[in-house]
Write a protein that binds this ligand. Structure first.
Ligand code: HEM
Length: 405
């Protein structure tokens, strides 16, 4: 055994300490105040550094979690055991984001005048150069063409080192969480024509809902002015629903960036939301709710950051060279919402009593009971005719029960 090996052996024999394990010696030496290099250290610069570093550490954890969620989604069959891990990790991301949103309060204890004491030492350094923040945006699926241009430049231009540039490029090539969720929604059981065939049933249900609640009351109205208003409201509702019924119209919304999900995925999203009470849709619905929470918290992060920036520098330009407050404010819009359709979904929900009843086989697919238990409970619950297609042999039924397969 050579010398080097003996040394490492000796080192390994020492009991591992807290500091060694966490590499605290290195970590806690990373808070070097630039003000101290030019004169007396400015007290608040320490807070400024620690705050940014804490954010970056949590960004790292978010990337780690979202990346693992993407891997779980990528596996061919997504069974319930994986869904639980996905839910757990996404929930963790939600909690981290909540912490990050609240954390701005701490840096806000620094006054703008104190910030001015060391701001010039930051030179051109800016949060705009946060690689991990861009990776989070890309990993979630922020569309490139939706980004607000920064000084008419692509955001990648601020990164000079090849490693960062490669990581950013990779993050654009690898499937985003959005695209994986979209594919998953497209496979929602019940959408297929030879299955429950949800879409025409939903359209019929909407038509009954609109007639009973808008058209018929408007037709009964004798006051001309009131009648016109009610008919206009009915027409508006019709147009809104038509925009989602018609794939071409849906495409124009996609082209304008006002919707993001494919037509098929949108149907899956609606189906899960309407039948969320069915056992096998409980977890998918929770997953969609968590994605909305993440999106919402990301927007809150942007909002809290911009509020703090205005408080700190008012209308001054940013150290990264942007207009500062004005630029940041423009990022708090729907353009930056990756899962925008989840937020707009409520437009297309209909009251429970209009939701098309499930057929027996669909009810069985969405149940958590075994096939034998299902067979004995087939007589109850469903008040609609059975699907034209006979129940499948046991093996196939099992496969169908694995949601998202
Ligand atoms: C006194 C505190 C802060 C001020 C005055 C400030 C100011 C700014 C300004 C003006 C920008 C726009 C780019 C530029 O021209 O520089 C920016 C962007 C950014 N800052 Fe901060 N910031 C502060 C704290 C933080 C903290 C604590 C974080 C946490 C990581 C952060 C992360 C970012 C990120 C990620 C961006 C890019 C946002 C985007 O382009 O959408 N900033 N900041």
């Amino acid at each position: 055994m050579g010398d080097a090996d003996t040394t490492s052996q000796k080192k390994n024999d020492l009991p591992l300490t807290y500091a060694d394990y966490l590499k605290l010696q290195e970590l806690l030496k990373c808070q070097r105040m630039s003000s101290a290099m030019h004169g007396p250290p400015v007290h608040d610069e320490h807070l400024f550094i620690v705050t940014h570093q804490a954010y970056e550490l949590w960004f790292k954890q978010i990337l780690f979690e979202v990346d693992s969620v993407r891997e779980l989604f990528r596996s061919l069959v997504l069974d319930e055991s994986k869904t639980l891990s996905i839910l757990n990790r996404l929930n963790r991301v939600v909690l981290i984001f909540k912490l990050l949103v609240d954390q701005f309060q701490i840096i806000e204890t620094m006054t703008p005048l104190d910030f001015l004491e060391f701001r010039n030492h930051l030179a051109t350094a800016s949060g705009f150069q946060s690689l991990q923040f861009r990776l989070i945006e890309n990993m979630l699926g922020l569309q490139e063409d939706q980004r607000v241009k920064y000084n008419q430049q692509h955001y990648m231009k601020v990164f000079n080192d090849p490693e960062s540039i490669q990581l950013l490029k990779d993050s654009l090539i690898r499937p985003s969480l959005f695209s994986l969720v979209e594919k998953w929604l497209e496979r929602t059981p019940g959408l297929q024509v030879n299955e429950f065939n949800f879409w025409p049933k939903y359209q019929k249900a909407v038509s009954i809902y609109l007639n009973e609640n808008f058209l018929f009351p408007a037709q009964k109205e004798t006051d001309t002015k009131q009648n016109e208003t009610m008919m206009a409201e009915y027409q508006k509702m019709m147009d809104t629903f038509q925009s989602v019924f018609n794939p071409e119209t849906h495409q124009t919304f996609l082209d304008r960036g006002e919707r993001r999900l494919s037509h098929k995925a949108f149907q899956g999203l609606l189906m899960i939301s309407l039948y969320r009470d069915e056992p096998r849709f409980n977890q998918p619905f929770q997953l969609l709710t968590l994605l909305m929470d993440i999106e919402s918290l990301m927007t809150k992060w942007r909002y809290n950051h911009v509020q703090m920036v205005q408080r700190m520098i008012g209308g001054k330009v940013g150290t990264g060279g942007s207009s500062g407050y004005q630029y940041l404010r423009s990022t708090i819009s729907d353009r930056y919402k990756v899962f925008l359709d989840l937020f707009n979904l409520s437009t297309f929900l209909i009251p429970r009593k209009y939701i098309p009843p499930l057929t027996i086989s669909m009810k069985r697919t969405l149940s958590v009971l075994s096939n034998e238990q299902n067979a004995t409970s087939d007589d109850e619950a469903c008040n609609e005719e059975e699907n034209e297609h006979p129940p499948r042999p046991n093996g196939e039924q099992e496969k169908e029960n694995v949601l998202f397969a």
